[in-house]
Design a protein around this ligand. Sequence first.
Ligand code: ZN
Length: 616
Amino acid sequence: MTPDQIPAATTPIPHSPHSVARPAIGGGRGGKRQPRRMPPRPNQALRPRSGSAKALPALESGNIRIIPLGGVEEVGKNMTAVEYEGDILVVDMGFTFPNDDTPGVDYIIPDATYLETNKHRIKGVIITHAHLDHIGGIPYIMPKIGNPPLYTTLLSAVMIKKRQEEFPQLPALDIQTIEPHQHLTLGHFKIRFFTVTHTIPDSFGVIIDTPYGNLIFTGDIKIDTKDNIPVESEFKTFEKLGKEKTLLLVAESTNVEKPGFSYPEREVQENLRQIIADVPGRIVIGTFASMFERIVYMVQASENLGKKVVIEGRSMRNNVEIAKELGILKVRKETIIPAEQIGDYPENKIVILATGAQGDEFAALMRMSTKEHKHVKLKKGDTILLSSSVIPGNEKSVQKLKDNLSRQGAKIIHYGIADVHSSGHSYQGELEWIHKMLKPKFFIPVHGHHSMLRVHADMAVRLGVEEKNAIVPDNGMVIEIADQGGRIFAHKETVSSKVVMVDGLGAGNVQEVVIRDRQALAQDGMFVIIAMVDLKTGQVRKSPDIISRGFIYLKESQDLLRQVRSQIKKVIEDSTRQMNPINFDYVKNAIREDVGKYLFQKTHKRPIILPVLIEV
Ligand SMILES: [Zn+2]
């Protein structure tokens, strides 16, 4: 695909947090660092992108707009708006977890400014399944966009409601439960659904009917296969859809770079059952709480093998409760036992399901590994099964977890040595099969970093989509289908696609300066200067006090401190000479600048400098 055929973003690339070398925070201090340029480089991940200044042209009747608002420059925070005849439909509303570029932040949510501005036109929100990268943004975004009706299947509805309980201050959501075979009309949108295989039940894809063919959104999807051939039920679903005309396919790209087919979940489950049956003693199984189907299966299989199950980790316990409530999991009351009763049963009758297989600091598995778990003390004869992959970025903490577990004599089985985990997202082979079955005219890859989306677009072209008809989006790009379904293009005008952070109790409005301060603090610490200044003469009384954290060890830097003190005195007295009354803000700035330069010269570090001037 040549660059001129791919509509360019109006903002420069790269701007994804991951395309920027991350600063070494709390580590990577081995070698001597190069002195940095004096003014801090603006954090590229935080560069404001408020959409283009020029107004977006009004949407012509008959044309359709697709606006990815999140999930196309990252894996996570999925949200897409569709616009037709003045109506807006939103598909998914996720969040993502922060990275090194956003220290201390809880979550990152899609920028919903465009939806806020046009909230009177929103006819509904469709949630394809209950994973956090599809529902996480709901409590933060829904109130801002007028709380439009939300449509989803039963399990997702229950999980969304459960999560919403943590936000009692918010207005109740208007959740409408749908059946996958149901048809829905919202304003000018005619909508149908199709069930998809994923790692959580009740997942579905979305079909929007237009006079020119279907718009199909896969949501998160894998294809259930046997010997790399899709099973009958998958074949039927896609054969039926393939007989209709697919105008546009919007498909996920999470695993587009992995060749072949993902390992079928059915076979993972059978392997897990075999291991649970064969272990000589206790078994602790660590997995993601999001692996809903697998967790349900393991509880059921353990009961069938006459074992008791302990569930450790709040999110996992919640999910099991919901599965029981909805009849997805049917187990006897006495199968699931509290952790304190572990000792009441023979060791080979105990199965412990735990969160924290990613080495998460406070999760159950980590506490077991550091001997801090109240009821589970590991020992020789125990088996630990890590039924999960390692999410990129977590390698170190997972290794630490494995080391700690192994030190206690437990045997570890992980996905590197046995087929005990499989992804819920299609590999290349499955995606190719979906393209071949649906034969779309237009294609937009979603859910992935830019390079992944491009690989997916290339695949679509290889399989028959015309080059000009495959569009690699950025967040905030406005893609339009025009000329009665004859043409697809991206507007040069974009809508706002800033990095919106949820931080503590504040939803959505962390200032960039706060994040930059956190980064600077983590990198170079802080340096507080307290000086008493005579209001009349501008003279400094006594020697200024200095407090520093995370910068240099003061006790061993007496020389430097002496020089800094005398410099502070000089700056204050020089700048206040002839100044009446004294402008303290001006003096503070002068201190910051002078002392900052001096410390940088001497240490090649740039701590945050906080001058405190006491007027006497
Ligand atoms: Zn998912």
